[in-house]
Design a protein around this ligand. Sequence first.
Ligand SMILES: [Zn+2]
Ligand SMILES: [Zn+2]
Length: 330
Amino acid sequence: MRVYILGTSGTFPNKRRNHPSVFIEYKGVGIMFDCGEGTQRQIRSLKIKPSKIKYIFLTHWHGDHILGLPGILFSLINMGYSEKLNIFIPRGYKKNLEYILKGFGIEPNFEISIKELHDGKVLDDQEFEIYAKKVKHSIETYSLYFKQKDYIKIDEKIAKELGVFGDKKILKKIKEGKTVEINGKKISYKDIGYIKKGIKVSYITDTLFFEDLIDFVKDSDILISESYYFYDPHLAKEHYHLDFIEVKNLFDRSNSKLLLLMHFSQRYDKEIEMIREKIESENKNIYFLEDLSIIEYTRDTLKLNIGGKIVEYRRDEKTGDLKLISSQPQ
Ligand SMILES: [Zn+2]
Ligand SMILES: [Zn+2]
């Protein structure tokens, strides 16, 4: 699985930062959270095939989160996209999306499914699920998380000892959580394996801080959050955004493992580097995202590439705990 960070800016893009968008690729399936202006150019920069996009989630109808959509659709039409494209939007915005399609003369030659977001599970794919939660912004807005389903992993050595390793039928049953009987002995997954905790990637978009958020992002392996303001929660409240102090509180209290920050106000354009250095040196497992960062999860290794800085963690499959393996500055 890979998480590509396509844009990290606030309301206004700048030379270094594009409008917000996060792209998760899981076994060839592309899931996009938000689609700010210029997103398709970022996709091309990272050499992601646009045809991989299967799901697009728009968290709310503010320009910085949606302006890239017409461009992506235009491209998909021109490149002969032939999948069914699934677009999830906040409740009450179906007409707005239809206006965009009509206004831009977008006539897709592929199927588009438009669904409205609601609290709870909004997508159940074979191996992962997406959940949404209505948050507190100036308009109807949803935060999201991706969760790989937990699954039973068999310990090859023990399975061989018990003589069940070669029996696919029996193994399948055990992996489904059933108990089987072999030579009069009852065997369940607990005897020959364990539950591998699926990875959880949360995306907190524009919102005020509120207590229920903690439960929503609980035990995230990767918590990606807006941090529009720094050390000025009053201002954040006034503008329906989060301040870093609140994001840190959310991170600590939700037992999340890694906090990745983005969507910074343009007021910090000059000092953002200084703020980053201070916060990253004072806190473990907190990083400021750069555009085109890549977070890669293979087997039990979580590798971050943020602006050329490489950080590697080992992830405990049973508990989800992270252990820092190496960190190489740019
Ligand atoms: Zn907004
Ligand atoms: Zn925003």
